[in-house]
Design a protein around this ligand. Structure first.
Ligand code: AHR
Length: 562
């Protein structure tokens, strides 16, 4: 592993110090010590409530995600609750997991929900959407879906961890009637329909009351290769007249079903515009049938402008240099422009913004080779870099609470930006998992406008100068408890920072810091505590906080206000 010190020697030395002189501070600041950075939290400038659902997850029936990751089976020696891995349940309770998306992803548009209900020993085996990418050594369940984990098991998992289920319906290969029936199976009252009786026979008499329904996934690609206009027509057909079981007059009926339409890949503005225009062509009221517009953005291209090829452009999860570090963060940071950009395009037909954004797939995506369990498809090893990436992304979501209704990190376990890795009886919390635990305090909080001033990071991108911001984060408040999360992306320089809370007095504070001296640091089954959050004290001086944000770190400051 290359230590951070070696990067200093590799040419980045002193960059922060030189750049620090560019930031100018008022006199009082200059006199108050050696700070090179400043954060101002504006308690009287609320931005909106941070939906807990911004901290959601995504679990696709893909390789080791479900079979091995989540589902071990009730007869397994691996500690489990009704077949579901117990370690996973325990950890997800700790992070207050609000919502989980299932069964895909691309898998969703090849899935027949009926295969996954009824007595387990009578469920069919089906070829998994991802079968072709499996190695010959892969467990049979990864190639041929045994359907042991279906709707009942998924909803039960959600109940055990205190999350809401978000089911993605198959729009490519099932008729709209099957969407109708799946909703009926999940939500029709006990004893009311044949499908509710089938649910009761499986031990689930009471309705699941599934609120969130994806209508197709990536319908521009694996979900059917539609044009935006064609997909809008399909969406209208699927979303029209789906059964609801609350009387229209009941206040809950408005939120009984929330449909999420398959939105754009990254910056495909034409997909957003085409869909909204086609929906509105039948009258803008049609847009009211949509709760969320799904945006997908993976940070994958680390080729520094050399190629846009999906295979060639990817970087390595573990072998990277400082430039790759910044490039990955740069790719991920595009998210803010995507949120603002799509929001703007959506407003052309939806000026009142009745439709919100749902970022239901996000995270870094590397080339194969770093799997904790060799052979697991799309599995990668999250490092400190991915923790910083994840903190940065969650902060970015917190800063747009009025636009984003939900976000789902891709994917929960044994996959891309995983919070957990598991194989048989082994289980480990990754640095990404620790970030979710630190950031849980933001859920349901009032987001506050916060101003970050820090030296910009300049780096050499193969002979051309490139830059990245020096310090960013987000703040929220619950009553008198303020949470400020901050990312320092610099690989070698800490940021001496003065934190001012405007509009309130500070009573007490503490910090939780996630960092490591090696930017490649990660947790493995054998060494599971290499990257872990640590508590640190914070100095309060003249109503200001002084804190040094270490290089390559994610920090949470928990501040009690008077
Ligand atoms: O998360 C892996 C895949 O990425 C999902 O199945 C798909 O929706 C996306 O392209």
């Amino acid at each position: 592993m290359i230590k951070r010190r070696q990067f200093l020697r590799a040419g980045l030395a002193g960059a922060g110090a030189v750049l620090a002189s560019r930031v100018s501070f008022p006199l009082a600041w200059a006199q108050s010590g050696t700070a090179d950075s400043r954060i101002e939290v504006l308690v009287n400038e609320p931005l909106g409530t941070i939906s807990p659902n911004l901290y959601g997850h995504f679990t696709e029936n893909l390789s080791g995600v479900v079979y091995d990751g989540i589902w071990v089976g009730a007869n397994s020696k691996v500690p489990n609750i009704d077949g579901i891995r117990k370690d996973l349940i325990d950890e997800m309770r700790k992070i207050k997991s609000p919502v989980v998306r299932f069964p895909g992803g691309c898998f969703a548009d090849s899935y027949d929900w009926r295969d996954g209900i009824g007595p387990a020993n009578r469920r069919p085996r089906r070829t998994n959407f991802w079968a072709q990418g499996e190695t010959p050594e892969a467990p049979a369940s990864h190639r041929y879906d045994p359907n042991e984990f279906g709707t009942n098991e998924f909803v039960h998992f959600c109940k055990l961890i205190g999350s809401e289920p978000y089911l993605a319906a198959n729009l490519r290969s099932l008729p709209a009637e099957e969407f109708y029936r799946w909703v009926e199976y999940c939500n029709s009252p006990a004893g009311s329909t044949t499908l509710s009786d089938m649910r009761a026979d499986a031990g689930f008499k009471e309705p699941f009351n599934v609120r969130f329904w994806g209508v197709g996934n990536e319908s521009w690609g694996c979900g059917g290769n539609f044009t935006a206009q064609e997909y809008a027509v399909e969406f209208r057909r699927f979303a029209t007249w789906v059964p609801r079981f609350q009387p229209r007059s009941a206040p809950e009926s408005r939120e009984e079903l929330s449909f999420i339409a398959s939105g754009p890949n990254v910056d495909d503005w034409a997909w957003t515009r085409g869909f909204f225009e086609e929906m509105a062509r039948k009258g803008r009221f049609q847009l009211r049938s949509i709760y969320g517009w799904a945006l997908h953005h993976y940070a994958w291209n680390l080729a520094r402008g050399r190629t846009r090829d999906w295979i060639q452009g990817k970087g390595d999860a573990l072998k990277f240099d400082a430039v790759d570090w910044y490039e990955l963060l740069h790719e991920g940071d595009r998210m803010e422009g995507l949120i603002n950009g799509h929001w703007q395009v959506m407003s052309e037909e939806d000026p009142e913004h009745s439709v919100k954004l749902v970022v239901d797939e996000w995270g870094p995506w590397y080339k194969p080779g770093s799997e904790a369990t060799p052979g697991d498809q799309l599995e990668q090893m999250p490092t400190l870099r991915d923790a910083v990436f994840s903190g940065m992304t969650l902060d970015l979501f917190n800063r747009h609470p009025e636009k984003i209704a939900m976000a789902n990190c891709a994917q929960l376990i044994n996959c891309l930006n995983s919070l957990y890795l598991a194989h048989e009886d082994r289980f480990v919390v990754t640095p990404v998992g620790h970030v979710f635990s630190m950031y849980a305090a933001h859920q349901g909080g009032q987001a506050l406008r916060t101003i970050f001033s820090a030296p910009t990071i300049d780096y050499d991108r193969d002979g051309k100068s490139a830059s990245f911001w020096g310090l960013k984060g987000s703040a929220s408040v619950h009553d008198k408890d303020l949470t400020l999360t901050v990312v320092n992306p610099h690989v070698s320089d800490g940021r001496e920072t003065q934190v001012v809370v405007r509009g309130a007095k500070i009573k007490a504070t503490g910090a939780t810091v996630l960092t490591h001296s090696d930017i490649h640091a990660h947790n493995t089954f054998a060494e599971n505590n290499v990257v872990a959050p640590k508590a640190q004290s914070v100095e309060i001086r003249e109503d200001m906080l002084s804190f040094r944000f270490p290089p390559a770190s994610v920090t949470k400051l928990s501040v009690h206000l008077l």
